[in-house]
Structure formats: structure tokens, C-alpha cells
Design a protein around this ligand. Structure first.
Ligand SMILES: Nc1ncnc2c1ncn2[C@@H]1O[C@H](COP(=O)(O)OP(=O)(O)OP(=O)(O)O)[C@@H](O)[C@H]1O
Ligand SMILES: [Mg+2]
Length: 223
């Protein structure tokens, strides 16, 4: 079984003169137990690819398969359940709730999903990311790098099979990049998850099993 697959995916925004082709005939697969990196410059289509991969937006044409199921054939409700139960998103906009303290962001997950990480596993992640002293703060009180690490913990907390990360290290210094790279690799190699990271941060290359390059919406595998 293939965990994630894109087959001949195109994404076109707008029409006429303002038309932008963000993805062109993209083919991609990702399996459990692997960390895949997609590298590309700003505007190359990384966020578009990642959000299509996780069913957050639809492709113009082509197939998007999650665990061999064509996402376009699912109802809105089924797509929502799939995202809730199987996919952990770390998005560029961080998706933290502004009026909740960090601790409460995690508690919120408990209200919609039961089988989240045990307290023990979660505190190991919190320790690794060095965010234990931030749990009583509001998102507005955090630096960019702190927000980024909390968004990562928040995505891992529901223990998803698939982790999709958009520039998870953009705001981090080199030491933290190693921590996050190692954590994402452990999620793949030890916890057997499918981890896909889109980034322009080449510091993450050493942690990846597979590497793709995205240039002007064209994807090619380089490792
Ligand atoms: N909702 C949208 N409507 C119109 N054009 C869009 C939309 N989203 C993205 N685009 C365009 O598609 C192209 C790819 O955008 P995308 O956000 O995927 O790039 P990116 O590689 O993630 O860039 P960055 O590194 O800056 O985050 C860009 O030309 C962008 O302007
Ligand atoms: Mg982006």
C-alpha cells in the first residue's frame, strides 16, 4: 500500500491573464517509515503541493491518493475525518488558536479526538523541543521559533500516521534545526509514520530518505 500519492496532478489558479500554473504534471509517492523532503524556492509551489497532498485544497486535475483512496471521491465529511484521524499538519501560518494558552491548544485536541499521545510520550516531545516553560503563554507572547516548535508539538500530539510539514524550520537556529530534523526522522524511522516536509532549508537534507526538487511547479526526484 502507498501511503500518499499524487498522479499527474496539475493546479491552476485564476483564469485568463492572471492565470498561474502552480503545479505541472506532478507525480509523487511517500511511504510509511520514510522522511521525504521537497526543496524549492519561494513561489515554486511547495505549500500548494503540501495542502493538496493532505486534502486541504483540491487539484485542478490528476489523482490524490491517501492510503490508496482517491481523496476526490470522498465526501466532505469523510475528508474531514481523514484529516482529523490520520494527518498532522504543520502549516506556514502555524494554525494556533490566538485566545488559548499553549497548554489549552493541546487540551482542545482532546475534545475532538480520544487516542492522542500518552502524557509520557508527549512530555518526551515537549522536552526535546524545549517548550515546557511556554505552556502557560498565549501565541502572541511567543517568538517565531517558539511558535514553530509549538506548532510542531501540536501536530504530533494526535499521533497521526501522516505528518505534513511546511517550512518547519524557517524560524529556527542551527541547533534547533538539528533537533527538529532528528525528531521528524524519528517519527518516520521509529514511529513508522510517513513524513513529508516542504522547505527551502537545505540543512534538513541530511535527515531525509528521499529528496525531491520543485522548480516552477515541476517536481523531480533527486534522491
Ligand atoms: N490561492 C491562490 N490564488 C492564486 N495564486 C496562488 C494561490 N496560492 C498560491 N498561488 C500562486 O501559486 C504559486 C505557488 O505558490 P505556493 O504558495 O505554493 O509557493 P511556495 O513554494 O509555498 O512559496 P513560499 O516558499 O514563499 O512559501 C505562486 O505563484 C503563488 O502566487
Ligand atoms: Mg509556502
Amino acid at each position: 500500500m502507498t501511503t500518499l500519492a499524487l498522479k499527474h496532478v496539475n493546479k491552476i489558479f485564476g483564469s485568463g491573464l492572471s492565470q498561474v500554473t502552480a503545479l505541472q504534471d506532478v507525480n509523487f509517492t511517500s511511504e510509511k517509515g520514510t522522511l521525504t523532503l521537497i526543496l524549492g524556492p519561494s513561489g515554486s509551489g511547495k505549500s500548494t503541493l503540501l495542502t493538496i497532498l493532505g486534502g486541504l485544497q483540491s487539484s485542478t486535475n490528476g489523482e490524490v491518493l491517501i492510503n490508496d483512496v482517491n481523496v476526490n471521491h470522498l465526501s466532505a465529511k469523510q475528508q474531514e475525518q481523514l484529516r482529523l484521524n490520520q494527518i498532522g499538519f504543520i502549516l506556514q501560518a502555524y494554525n494556533l488558536v490566538p485566545y488559548l494558552k499553549v497548554q489549552e491548544q493541546f487540551e482542545l485536541v482532546n475534545t475532538v479526538k480520544n487516542d492522542n499521545l500518552s502524557e509520557k510520550s508527549f512530555s518526551t516531545i515537549i522536552d526535546k523541543l524545549g517548550i515546557q516553560n511556554l505552556l502557560q503563554k498565549y501565541p502572541s507572547e511567543l517568538s517565531g521559533g517558539q511558535t514553530q516548535r509549538i506548532a510542531l508539538a501540536r501536530a504530533l500530539y494526535p499521533n497521526p500516521d501522516i505528518i505534513l510539514a511546511d517550512e518547519p524550520t524557517a524560524a529556527l537556529d542551527s541547533e534547533r534545526v538539528i533537533t527538529v530534523g532528528q525528531l521528524l526522522q524519528d517519527m518516520a524511522h521509529i514511529q513508522n509514520k510517513a513524513v513529508v516536509t516542504v522547505t527551502h532549508d537545505t540543512r534538513l537534507e541530511r535527515f531525509a530518505d528521499h529528496i525531491y526538487k520543485l522548480v516552477d511547479g515541476h517536481l523531480t526526484q533527486v534522491k
